[in-house]
Write a protein that binds this ligand. Structure first.
Ligand code: SAH
Length: 258
């Protein structure tokens, strides 16, 4: 039997219309789709009409199917001759373990291709009206994984950059991150935002400051998935945003194609 292949597909931040044309075409030709929960998956039955759909249910802090088993499934189906699409949230190589999955395929002698996706690190701030760079405001952006606590060296480096800091998977470690940045000299009044469930109907943005966000996020019962943005660009989201914490329940107003 001839070998199949694997296509790692970046699914973007969760909405079908943020899939690339290459992603749509890969789904059309898929025999098997292994999908994560943060990837757009509601209409997979129509988008991948011939495919067996397997929910590998990866959400932050909750991996019902271990990574090693995902890789085993991917390789096993490809060895049976299938075209396997591994549909991931955002971009496969931005904290997505895409590199490990590519390596697993190569080790098994399976042909593997990667289709990049729209990463939540850039797209979710944009959904809240926050540009991650802006002339004369910020010319650096750093994307950080908040999955594990940051080291003192990392905090010191970030605090000294004076650009935009974007944290993914950072809701639980927000106290450690914000206190560390202040300890290393970032002003406590630096604007900061947490955007929950970007592009979903219940997207919500909390705007506060480095010094107050932990308190404000607890009051607002902020939960994952969320993208955290730290830096002066946050003030551009909404000119009345400075001062007291603000909860903005998003309408579609920042999403021009709706
Ligand atoms: N590869 C993905 C990131 C995987 S890490 C990418 O490029 O986007 C998972 C984290 O991404 C979540 O914990 C959250 O911080 C962020 N995230 C992904 N999609 C999101 C969404 N629609 N809304 C808010 N945060 C999101």
């Amino acid at each position: 039997m001839s070998l199949g292949r694997v296509i790692l597909v970046g699914g973007g931040p969760g909405r079908e219309d943020l899939l690339t044309l290459a992603a749509v075409s890969a789904l059309k030709s898929a025999d098997v789709v292994l999908f994560d929960r943060l990837a757009p998956h509601k209409h997979l039955a129509e988008m991948a009409p011939q495919a067996v759909l397997i929910d590998v249910g990866k959400t932050p802090g909750h991996h019902p199917i271990p990574q090693i088993e995902i890789e085993r499934l991917m390789v096993a189906h490809a060895k049976q001759g299938s075209c396997v699409v591994r549909l991931k949230g955002g971009d496969p190589f931005v904290f997505g373990r895409g590199g490990e999955e590519v390596a697993a395929c190569r080790t098994a002698g399976i042909d593997v291709q990667v289709i990049p996706g729209v990463t939540s690190a850039v797209a979710v701030p944009s959904a809240a009206g926050i540009p991650i760079t802006q002339r004369d405001v910020s010319r650096i952006f750093t994307v950080v994984s908040g999955h594990a606590p940051l080291s003192e060296n990392e905090l010191r480096g970030l605090a000294g950059l004076a650009g935009t800091i974007v944290v993914l998977m950072g809701v639980s470690n927000m106290p450690q991150i914000t206190q560390g940045l202040v300890r290393h000299g970032m002003p406590a009044n630096t604007p900061m935002a947490v955007i929950e469930r970007g592009y979903a109907n219940d997207q919500r943005t909390l705007i506060s400051t480095l010094g107050s966000i932990v308190y404000d996020a607890a009051n607002a019962a902020v939960t994952s998935p969320a993208v955290i943005v730290i830096g002066e660009v946050v003030a551009l989201a909404n000119s009345e945003g400075a001062g007291a914490a603000q909860l903005i329940r998003e309408s579609a107003s920042h999403i021009p194609w709706e």
